[in-house]
Design a protein around this ligand. Sequence first.
Ligand code: SF4
Length: 347
Amino acid sequence: MEAPSREEIEELLRADLWELGRRAYEVRRRLHGDVATFIPNMVLNYTNVCVIGCSFCAFYRPPRHPEAYAYSVEEAVKRVLAVDAKYGIRQVLIQGGVNPEIGIEYFEELFRAIKAKAPHIAIHALSPLEVDYLARRERATYREVLERLKAAGMESMPGGGGEILVDEVRRMIAPRKIDSDTWLRIMEEAHKVGIPSSATMMYGHVETLGDIAEHIYKIAQLQAKTGGFMAFIAWNFEPGASELGRKIPYPKTSATLLRMIAVARIAFDGLIPHIQAGWLTAGPETAQLALYFGADDFGGTLYEERVLDWVRAEAPIDRKTDVIEVIRSAGFKPAERDNLYRIVEYY
Ligand code: SF4
């Protein structure tokens, strides 16, 4: 299937919301019927130390800050095993800040230790930003870093740090982060070495509709080339306690999220199979509506989420049964999936 043009995407972004929802729902029904998937997973935020310092981030702490932390491999593995023993998980999402004290050996050791003790847990880890940092630290190519991580057990990449893939926007909200081309190049390398990933988008700050169209266009172009994106995940910028939040104190509403999800479903038809409902930042009710606006995946149960603890007062849904009930009460058939979006059980 051909990727849509920027103009077509921008036209969709300006369309009537209900009409968009109707079209997106049709595509969703054709591809996924009334099934809505989820995965029992956890987030392991291995460190909050970060030298990048994005203005929208309330999670990071500079090195040597009193609240800075970094788990040892033993501590990290202990946490994963404890959550697995309590809830039974299929995936661990491993992400953190760019911590100059942590090299590639840490990840190799961590991934190997998790796979040795709990081979049923898939490792969904790192972002292009962390891969870029490791490549610089190791004086290695992106491919070499990705191959080493894959050999140690990394199965897929969550794709954080995409924000908006327009350099003018990135310079305003995260000037020290990798540029758009680097993000895309690392994703391309990951797909080529057999690490599929998610594509993400964080909007609702300084970007224009044209920038959002550009972002979706670039992802669609890469997907047409590699086919390595399994899912697309969009979320509103949450001001929280971040520096950018002081300038943009009000987040976009749920209606904007529904619009983004519907546009993504239509624009990525035939390209990216799964669109996430984003319940974590938008809340379960909006995620239920998102299922009618094109989303087919409810995301994870996300036991132990620390990045978002800093921006969201409400407690996340923390049990599989709750997720199943939220999906069911929205009128969809809940299905548990694995890391590669293969359905393993219907409820
Ligand atoms: S978003 Fe990531 S890279 Fe940016 S400051 Fe936070 S932890 Fe660091």
